[in-house]
Structures are given as C-alpha cells and as structure tokens.
Ligand binder design. Structure first.
Ligand code: ZN
Ligand code: ZN
Length: 343
C-alpha cells in the first residue's frame, strides 16, 4: 500500500489497523494522527503475536487501540543529539522491544524485567499495526537493535518471539542440565516451533506435540527429534506448554518424569488442577516465563543472524494494513502459523 499522508487539522495523519469489535478480525483501517515527536520509525513490518490475537479476541484493549510489538522499521526522524549519543541515524533498519525496563529495581536485578513497573508502562506508541511509530530515548538507550544486513525484515521481526523462547529455556534450568533429557514442546504454533529449536542441545531429545499433521511435518523439518499427535507412555524432563487449555498442566504432570520441570508459556483461562503430592514427592517444578529480558533480545538477533533458529517457514500469511483483520481470520481458518504485516 502506498503511504497516504493527509492533514487532519494541523496534525498529519497516517493509516493504522485499529481495534474495532465490530470489524472482521476485530481490526479496521483508519486514519490516526501520525506521531511527530521524539524518534519516528517508519514501520517496515510487524509480526502478529499470539498475545495480539488474545487481546483482540477477548477485547482486552479499548476501541481504537493500535496493537503490534514485533516491529521492524527504519528510523525516519531523529535529532542530531540523539543520533550522536546512540549511534543511530535516519535510514537505519532496527528492531525494538516494546518495553523499557528500569534496570535498577529488584525485578530487573534478578532477570525478571517483564515484572518491572517501568517495563509495563513503556510500550512504544502507537503499536506497529500502522505506518509510523515513536520511540522514547529509553528505547534508544536500551532496546533498539540495528538489524544486520544479512537478515531480512521478516526474519528480524522474530527477534522478540525468539527472545521470549530464549528466556523460557533459561528459566527452565535446561541449560545447566547434566546428562541426557527428554524435552516435550506442547503446541507447535510459532512459539512451539521456535522453542524446540532454541531448546535443542546434544544429549536432548526434543519431541513436539500437536494435532495438526502439517505442523508436525514442519517441526520435523526444523530439527525436532520426534513429533507426536498424542502423548504415549514416554516421560519428559522439561515440558514447555506453549498452547493448550487449563487441563494441560494436569497432562503435563502425568507426562513428567520425577524431578521434571514444567514451563507455562501461554495464557490459558481457567483453573489448573494437579495433585499436591505429585509436586512434593516427585520434586516437580512448575514455573513460567513471560516476555524476554534485554539480554535475551540481543542473543535472539544473534541466533537469527547465524541461522541457528529458522523462522522463514513460520510466516504462512502476509497482509497489508487494509486487510489485516481479514487475513488474521483467514489464517485461523486455514490453520496458519504466523501472520506478517507489511503496511
Ligand atoms: Zn510477541
Ligand atoms: Zn525495573
């Protein structure tokens, strides 16, 4: 789509896909005011995250909101001062995480930046389902990363989701595991398919569980050791729940070997039930991981650059701003994996 700038009073306008509960896919093309201050980034692309879909489906945002955080863009406007301070200039291709942690609170000091109060209050605004967004100096200082020439915008848009998986793998304790282990990835959507690749190590078997044959096929191609469409009698040492329903934790407890760790990595409404003594006598660990730390974002971009995590085939649907809602609906119907927006 061609960028259309037009004036609404004194403020220039741009196009955005805004949340509208009555629109197809809950997104409608609309003119909104174009950001004019700080550092302006022209959006080149944005992945549609499961968390965006959740917010749309459950009406967790207010009407008119502009979502989108898996953003790739080009710096369009930056002051000379900021340019010199952060070695960034107009024309640079960048990714930026949505949030800026403070770096000094107890959460930040203990690698739980996503719980930091400042982190929660520093989304870039608007989100990237639009033509231009605005970054604060905090973003420049902490979260903006230049995209290496070797990787495409589409690949770079996975920086945040891959970083989420890096953090989840770290939190699972898997990286310091001694000897062999069985890893189970429950759900082979975009996150599950990335998680299996990030978790892969010598001495580990990585099994992917999903109901859809096409996803099992893709997981095989991406290096999963085994793929299954139901849980047999095997036991697992690390179980990543990247999708599912409330009973999934109970299933995971049953599939867990004594001493195993279960990592909750998806938003599931409802009660999760398990037997206290399963946890106690069998020394099971149930933990979670939500949103990455800054160090994970840097590692993520490096893994993508080295081709150690392959994400190309995860984008099954591409859209412009105008058709984003329709494309999201279509992707759901066609059991797609990831929608990518190029405004
Ligand atoms: Zn995301
Ligand atoms: Zn903090």
């Amino acid at each position: 789509m061609k960028a259309q700038k037009r004036d609404v009073g004194h403020v220039s306008a741009m196009q955005a896909a805004i949340y509208d509960p009555d629109a197809k896919g809950f997104l409608r093309l609309s003119a909104v005011s174009k950001p004019e201050d700080n550092v302006i980034v022209k959006v080149s692309g944005c992945g549609v995250c499961g968390s965006d879909l959740l917010k749309l489906d459950r009406a967790l945002v207010s009407k008119g909101a502009v979502l989108g955080h898996e953003m790739v863009g080009v710096i369009d406007q930056i002051s000379n001062e900021l340019s010199a301070r952060y070695q960034l200039k107009a024309g640079d291709r960048i990714v930026s995480s949505h949030h800026v942690p403070c770096g000094t609170c107890n959460y930040c000091l203990n690698k739980q930046e996503s719980l930091c109060t400042q982190f929660k209050n520093t989304n870039f605004n608007p989100g990237a389902f639009c033509q231009y967004t605005e970054l604060s100096e905090g973003h420049l200082k902490h979260t903006v990363l230049k995209i290496p020439d070797a990787i495409t915008d589409e690949v770079a848009s996975f920086t945040e989701p891959v970083a989420c998986c890096i953090k989840a793998v770290k939190r699972s304790g898997l990286l310091s595991h001694k000897g062999s282990a069985n890893v189970l990835i429950v759900g082979l959507g975009s996150i599950g398919l990335i998680m299996g690749q990030v978790a892969a190590r010598e001495n580990l078997t990585v099994t992917g569980l999903d109901l859809l044959p096409s996803r099992l096929e893709l997981a095989k191609e991406l290096g999963f050791t085994n793929v299954v469409h139901n849980l047999g009698n095997d036991f697992y040492d690390y179980i990543f729940l990247t999708a599912g329903s409330a009973p999934t934790i109970d299933l995971a407890v049953k599939a867990a070997r004594d001493g195993a760790t279960i990592i909750v990595f998806s938003s599931v409404k409802g009660e999760a039930k398990f037997d206290n003594n399963d946890i106690y006598y069998r020394e099971l660990t149930i933990t979670s991981s939500y949103s990455p730390n800054l160090e994970d974002l840097r590692e993520s971009l490096e893994l993508l650059k080295q081709g150690k995590v392959r994400v190309n085939k995860l984008i099954t649907h591409r859209s412009n701003l105008e058709n984003l809602g329709v494309t999201i609906e279509q992707a759901k119907q066609e059991q797609g994996i990831k929608v990518y927006l190029a405004p």
